[in-house]
Write a protein that binds this ligand. Structure first.
Ligand code: PRP
Length: 187
């Protein structure tokens, strides 16, 4: 479990702490890429990333995987306009063929597991040769679905995290670190 440090001066009104700093993220992402490279060597790798929060993580991860690969995106959101919390809305479907490919599903965070469970089921219906999952973060305490990821960057406590792709009301995705949002920001 990472140790928190103070946020940069200009974010102190909004961000409580830096949970995982840039250097720590970079080092762990390289390790994950190394594990993936070893496991997928010689396979027909199709990386499938879930929009939107995965973008910074994905960009760093794939640049350290020295294997031939294809890359595609699925848009999936737990909250669509006018939908109940927990209902998944697909905003972009897969474009590339997944059948008989070795699929690596990449997401930023595994929380209740609803998103990953639904996307895994959807991808499995396309009959990939194999399917593995990689998440940067996981909160084990909030899991409601029976789902685990094959590659996990960091296990984190149940706090409202933002940055490095993760948002609150679509903001903070560009922060280079994972921070904890001050509760008064969303209370
Ligand atoms: C977030 C996150 C994961 C999902 C995890 O997506 O990116 O995909 O929730 O939560 P779960 O395990 O409880 O399903 P969100 O719908 O907020 O979309 P975003 O990536 O565009 O922020």
């Amino acid at each position: 479990m990472p140790t928190a440090t103070p946020p940069p001066e200009h974010l102190r009104d909004e961000v409580q702490s830096v949970l995982i700093g840039e250097a720590e993220i970079a080092a762990r992402v390289r390790e994950l890429a190394g594990d993936i490279e070893r496991d997928f060597a010689g396979k027909d790798l199709l990386a499938v990333a879930l929009l939107t929060g995965t973008v910074p993580f994905l960009a760093d991860l794939v640049r350290h995987i020295a294997l031939p690969m294809r890359l595609d995106f699925m848009g999936v959101s737990s909250y669509g306009a006018g939908t109940a919390p927990g209902e998944l809305v697909y905003t972009k479907e897969l474009r590339l063929e997944a059948r008989d490919r070795d699929v690596l599903l990449v997401d930023d965070i595994l929380d209740t597991g609803q998103t990953l469970r639904a996307v895994i089921d959807k991808l499995n219906a396309l009959q990939p040769r194999s399917l593995k999952t990689c998440v940067l973060l996981e909160k084990k305490s909030r899991r409601t679905e029976s789902v685990t990821a094959d590659y996990v960057g960091f296990e984190i406590p149940d706090e409202f995290v933002i940055g490095y792709g993760l948002d609150y009301a679509e903001r903070y995705r560009n922060l280079p670190f994972i921070g904890v949002l001050k509760p008064e920001m969303y209370a």
